[in-house]
Design a protein around this ligand. Structure first.
Ligand code: F6R
Length: 261
């Protein structure tokens, strides 16, 4: 796991966008894993800008989103399928038919989750997964207590996550769904490269546990310590509790340019 401490969200967005663009240059039909929420917005803005400038094409790429609220109507602005269209896929040259997400309106939930796992596998697996992290250490919506071997399934959101996300629902906690479908921790672990982005002091404890705590279902993101290729891009505030922050800074500064992330 590599921790990169950068000045601000814009610098994080640029470095994350570099990873996506580098991948698409090497492999135009790459499979991207996309997170929603506020953390990746700077990355998506940068990718939209580069696509508009003709610097990158998503024309042959495919994308899978991480998670979806259960029960939000198709036209709800906070349905993650609509969020990702608004924030990224609708702003780049990616055909909507090449973007998939878990079906939060499925009547047969286990069948829909199994179908989603199959769709990801049939696409050849995710090449690059963009992740955020919850204040409680969730990735996707794998809340504390999630099996480290979990696959796509229904989850109950913690009160903390619903409080955190109430800002997307006009501050109305009751409007935040109680359930979601989410890729499991094992699903996320199967991605070939994971780029996790986090900003702000609210994420500092989760980032510390992710990188420096014991691997534990109590801090689900800590499972990424077992992944061979994880890049964690954080600002100073999100790095605020890292015990080895000085070492991470030195390592990144001394890194040969050819190495990339
Ligand atoms: C969203 C997702 C979540 C968020 C996390 C952080 O698809 O999977 O894990 O990444 O809740 O959310 P923000 O970025 O809004 O702080």
């Amino acid at each position: 796991m590599e921790i990169v401490i950068l000045d601000d969200a814009e610098a994080i967005g640029k470095l994350a966008a570099d990873q996506v663009c580098g991948l698409l240059a090497r492999k135009p039909d790459a499979v991207l894993g996309l997170a929603t929420g506020s953390s990746p917005l700077a990355t998506y803005d940068e990718l939209a800008r580069r696509c508009a400038a003709g610097e990158v094409s998503f024309g042959r790429a495919r994308a899978f989103t991480l998670d979806e609220y259960v029960g939000l109507p198709e036209d709800h602005p906070e349905r993650y399928r609509n969020v990702i269209d608004r924030e990224l896929t609708g702003r780049v040259d990616l055909d909507p038919s090449r973007v998939a997400g878990p079906d939060g309106l499925a009547e047969d939930v286990p069948a829909a989750c199994a179908a989603y796992e199959r769709a990801i596998a049939d696409a050849g697996g995710v090449d690059l997964q963009i992740l955020g992290i919850g204040t409680d250490g969730h990735i996707g919506f794998n809340e504390p207590g999630s099996s480290l071997a979990s696959r796509t399934r229904i989850q109950t959101l913690t009160r903390q996550t619903r409080l955190d996300n109430a800002r997307f629902f006009d501050g109305d906690l009751d409007a935040v769904p109680t359930h979601c479908l989410t890729q499991g921790l094992a699903t996320i672990m199967a991605a070939r490269h994971v780029v996790l982005v986090a900003t702000g002091s609210g994420k500092a404890q989760a980032v510390h546990q992710l990188a420096e705590g014991p691997v534990s279902a109590m801090w689900p993101a800590s499972v990424l310590q077992h992944h061979p290729h994880v890049s964690v891009l954080v600002d100073e505030a999100a790095a605020g509790r890292l015990q080895l922050a000085g070492y991470y800074r030195e390592t990144y500064l001394a890194k040969p340019a050819w190495q990339g992330l």
